[in-house]
Design a protein around this ligand. Structure first.
Ligand code: VGL
Length: 212
């Protein structure tokens, strides 16, 4: 006989893990304002990971850079980057093939004066809830991070996750680096690993973990 308590427990079943798809937006893909070489190649492996995540009842987060037209983050405002991912433009849209229908969208980089906002943990949902709170409420223990770009937003997101105490995985074949300086991507992976992030390919993960 199922006791009332057990039933309650079952209903409160938590999402054990979250897949964070970082900034897979047109402006970071070939042809975009801040194109990452082969940026669009992350879509296929990330979609396979998203299918797995959905089957397992994980949460999927899709983060996006969501900048105002003028911000200190852009070289037009004294920052480093050419204007990109401006709110409500084509460049700010997710890649058309990325499976985001079931994802919770987290937007970041909206502050005019802030040059930060690289980490998805600096972002908020449509109802203004920050990512850490979403993950805590959902009972998440493991965080899987992939997307664009390895040496900026992916790294910043993975470091936030590991520092917040989550078991954190960097999805190597689901990510690509900007590599402004040659080797930036490799150094970013080293830094993540040194900080306790586990580097793992989606291919390997699905080979050993995808058992229906
Ligand atoms: C990013 C450079 C500037 C990223 C965002 O998403 O990694 N890179 N803004």
């Amino acid at each position: 006989m199922t006791t009332f308590l057990e039933k309650g427990k079952k209903e409160a079943k938590m999402a054990r893990a979250v897949l964070i798809l970082v900034d897979v937006q047109n402006d970071f893909c070939p042809g975009g304002a801040l194109a990452v070489k082969d940026g669009d190649k992350v879509v296929e492996p990330l979609n396979r990971m998203a299918d797995f995540a959905l089957r397992k009842g994980w949460i999927i987060i899709a983060s996006r850079d969501w900048h105002p037209a003028e911000t200190r983050h852009f070289n037009t405002g004294g920052g480093l980057w050419p204007p990109h991912c401006v709110q409500n433009t084509e460049g700010a849209k997710f890649h058309k093939d990325l499976k985001v229908e079931q994802a919770i969208v987290v937007s970041k980089g909206m502050d005019l004066n802030d040059d930060g906002g690289y980490s998805a943990f600096d972002g908020v949902t449509d109802i203004g809830m920050n990512l850490l709170r979403v993950l805590r409420v959902a009972g998440v223990e493991e965080v899987y991070v992939g997307g664009l770009a390895t040496d900026y937003c992916v790294k910043a997101t993975a470091l936030s996750a590991v520092r917040a105490g989550f078991k954190t995985y960097f999805l190597s074949d689901g990510s690509r680096a900007v590599n402004i300086n040659p080797g930036d991507g490799d150094r970013a992976v080293e830094e993540m690993v040194r900080s306790g992030v586990i580097s793992l390919s989606i291919e390997t993960f699905l080979l050993f973990r995808d058992r229906g």
